[in-house]
Write a protein of this length. Structure first.
Length: 349
């Protein structure tokens, strides 16, 4: 019998559950962008309700959800403020400039959270002054991908919300892993989303659905976003089967994410026991474990290759000195034990 592969490259590798596949097979097939589709409409309602917002919009990806949110908030004018290592700045190929035509101001931060004083100093009322571009949007990210799944503190979000209201600047949350953040904080996603005008989350990551993201906000904002979704080619047609999987993702899969956080902690604790320079287990808040291999005898590509040869897939991250390991539904405690055994063997060689 061959040992099953353990894929820690991302939580996007999670397969739909049998319940999702059954629901997909029997879902409605309305043309969502012509007559509407009842399953898509239900998914959008459920997403909005969970986030405490008036309306929701189903989009193909988190990248498109961010782009559409940015377009709908700004109308392609002004400056967007966000922490320098935000996914939108580092991994969305400059769409914010190239497609939305906006200026961005990367802010210094700590564990993905923008420095509040730097943010306060950077905010300028929209349209103020003849020689300055006004702030059109503040964007936040939680959990934070590049900061190893770190979660934004609610008190900081509340302070940023206060600042945004004071300056009449909207706030958007890139919550690709919003349910992970909420699980880590022990609150509903609405408690996080209350600090923003709009929020998006992915059903395609740890929630196990095959495709999709939901953007939520006021009815007016979502109507506007629907137009921009069409502009960027994200109109959906017979998306009922994807929405059917998405409903199960939200209703059933969001409640099990604590298991992924526990396996991430187990992984980080075990790795630190092998070599404390690799990772600080106390920094693990959700399902992402970033490993620093700069003091390991092997570079990130060698980790990838050597672990790959024993059926464990990990991803080098940005440089040859870092890896990102992500836990999810297909990785249980026994799988983590096997990973730790193989890493131990690799490091001893
Ligand atoms: C924080 C964050 N935002 C946005 C995205 C983009 O999502 P997608 O891959 O669906 O475009 C990701 C993907 O990993 C992410 O981690």
């Amino acid at each position: 019998m061959t040992t099953p592969e353990i894929d820690l490259r991302s939580d996007t590798v999670t397969r739909p559950t049998p319940e999702m596949l059954a629901a997909m097979a029997h879902a409605s097939l309305g043309d969502d962008s012509r007559d509407g589709d009842p399953t898509v409409a239900r998914l959008e309602d459920i997403a909005a309700q969970q986030c405490g917002k008036q309306a929701g919009l189903f989009l193909p990806s988190g990248t498109m959800a961010n782009l559409v949110a940015i377009l709908a908030h700004t109308g392609r004018a002004g400056e967007v403020l966000m922490e320098a290592t935000s996914h939108t700045l580092t991994s969305e190929l400059g769409g914010i400039g190239a497609l939305a035509g906006l200026f961005t101001r990367p802010l210094p931060g700590h564990r993905g959270a923008p420095d509040f004083d730097a943010l306060r100093a950077a905010v300028r009322r929209p349209g103020i002054g003849r020689n300055r571009v006004g702030t059109a949007l503040i964007q936040l990210e939680t959990s934070h991908n590049h900061a190893g799944g770190a979660v934004l503190p609610l008190a900081l979000m509340a302070a940023i919300r206060g600042l945004s209201l004071q300056h009449n600047v909207p706030v958007h949350i890139d919550g690709a892993r919003l349910f992970n953040a909420a699980t880590a904080l022990g609150v509903g996603v609405d408690v996080i989303a209350q600090h923003a005008d709009s929020v998006n989350f992915c059903i395609s990551k740890g929630l196990s659905a095959p495709i999709g993201s939901l953007l939520c906000g006021t009815e007016e904002f979502i109507e506007n976003a629907r137009g921009y979704r069409r502009m960027v080619g994200g109109n959906l047609r017979q998306a009922g089967p994807l929405a059917a999987a998405g409903i199960i993702a939200i209703e059933r899969m969001s409640t099990r994410l604590g298991e992924d956080h526990a396996t991430a902690k187990q992984l980080a604790t075990g790795l630190a026991a092998l070599d404390p320079s690799l990772v600080d287990p106390a920094a693990i808040e959700t399902n992402i474990v970033r490993i620093d291999v700069s003091r390991s005898p092997l570079d990130a590509a060698s980790w990838e290759q050597k672990l790959g040869s024993v059926g464990i897939r990990v991803g080098a991250y940005g440089t040859e000195k870092q890896l990102r390991l992500v836990t999810h539904r297909h990785v249980d405690a026994a799988a983590i034990d096997r990973v730790l055994e193989e890493v131990g063997r690799m490091l001893r060689r």
